[in-house]
Ligand binder design. Sequence first.
Ligand code: NDP
Length: 588
Amino acid sequence: MAERLDKPIGLTAKPTRSQEFYDNVKRKFAEERDLRLKYRPQGLSQYTYDLTGALAKYEVDTYAEAVTPREPINDTVECLFIGGGFSALLTSARLREVGVESIRIVERGGDVGGTWYWNRYPGVACDVVSYDYLPLLDELDYVPKDHYAGGPEIFAHCQAIAKKYNLYELATFQTTVTSTVWDEAEQMWHVATDRGDHMRARFVICANGILTKPKLAKIKGLETFKGHSFHTSRWDYAYTKPDLSGLEDKVVGIIGTGATAVQAVPGLGAAAKELYVFQRTPSSIDIRDDWPTDPNWARKLEPGWQARRRERARMEPRMTEEQKARHAATSPEEKIRRQENANIEAMMKIHQRIDQIVKDKATAEALKPWYMLMCKRPCFHNDYLPTFNRPNVHLIDTHGKGINEITEKGPVFEGKQYEVDVLIYATGFEVQRTGTYNQIKGVNGLDINDKYREGVRTLLGIQSQGYPNLFVMGGLQASFQFNFTDIAEAQGNYIAACIDYVRRHGYQSLDVTPQAEEWWVQEVIEHRGKTSFNQECTPGYYNFEGEFQRRQDGNYNGGFFQYCNHLNEVRARMDAHFAFTNKPLTSE
Ligand code: NDP
């Protein structure tokens, strides 16, 4: 275990050096970014998302029993969720509260849990404080065991939610939706699956997460490797053994050093005969201050404690009158400069920590990230950096180039062959294609991808005109939060309110008006151009690998507080934002 060196660095480091220093660091950041963009001008298409044919094995569910044949399902439900992770679980809970009985989760995996079903690699845990991350703690009367929760506890919590809200009854697992088609005459969605099902649903909620589909780098010769290999989200415990003792006599290679690898590497380093870590860009590694939940604190929690905690997190930061005056008197350029300097200072502390921990100087240098804080997912771990002091662990730094060739023996870099028994791909996931890869056809049979060809168009990133009764969670044009369940909860509450409104008024469906959609697209555009932060960042999935996006194709950048205000505004004036079919049977 690493010693605790300091408090987490966070975003509040104070700039204390000359502006020349910060400008020089920014220049180095730009050089490092340009190097990577030069190596990979192809952006997102450097990866393959089509895991079929020779690559199909990388997507096989290693956690479930083999799929057993079943009769196709041919029925009608009121609400159908595509995906069974936190988005679906949270929203289902809210729907139950407003009296919706007929809820079906259709899930590719063998259980609920989403990310926490798939990601079971050794060391898997969440970096967001557990009391904020795990949803529905009030409702389940549960207090997490530690300040940060591990993967198994989170997965168990998902199952507990599904049990409490009786979501297993209608759920279909090991089932992938293949098409979702709106029938205007019936005012129903027709949902087809790879199991031959033909389900009908009044409401469809695409809750398939933001990082769902594993991706692989397009590396020459990848499929020729003769050893064992798998993706981190399909961990092969039959090969490694649950305690990783299966690796004792194995040479292991891991490609990628993102948040997943940072958690997996310490366990691999301790277990493997030899471990090669193939790095393209280092992650920033801060301290992970964890502790067991204090039972006295837990005992004193009053009912509704988590809801109040979330409410506080959603509140706009309060400023004194003096702070407000100072803020108003500072130019936008000066504000950006100060924030950048503070971020650089934080990154320098990350560098300092590496120098303090990693003994080999060349390795320490190679582990230093040269980009602005938050350009990539910041990581927190106490054992990752010390792992590189182990004699059996070798960092193969490719300085931005990456591994571009694999032979039957293993990866090759700059002419050197690295022979490995097993190769683990920690190369991440397809990002935010949520809801758009299941072939969704709305009014007049228009495929949502065709509608979006000229630019994404939504209301609040959740609904799109021409797709009545369809909701997308965690999609483009929505706010993006470090704590994913904050956004899932805000969207889930909103979706349940929309469905409740339709039901209470005896309508069949609601569809966004063109004016409401246009309003939101313009809101997104207005807030996107405020800073050039994304373009200046080193490529990664946060900025779509440096691809220059249309201004409306990313997230809403007006802030989570403002996003929640907009959700509430729309909820308060449904009639101004939606067209409804059928006259109301009841009036309020
Ligand atoms: P990422 O997309 O973050 O990382 C992929 C890694 O693969 C990068 O380091 C990338 O390098 C590297 N890579 C890709 N191609 C090559 C190549 N040819 N040669 C060498 N390296 C290559 O995926 P992760 O699964 O790590 O994380 C995804 C997200 O999941 C996180 O950002 C986070 O949101 C979430 N997560 C959260 C955790 C937490 O709470 N702690 C833990 C795990 C995941 P480059 O950087 O140069 O692109």
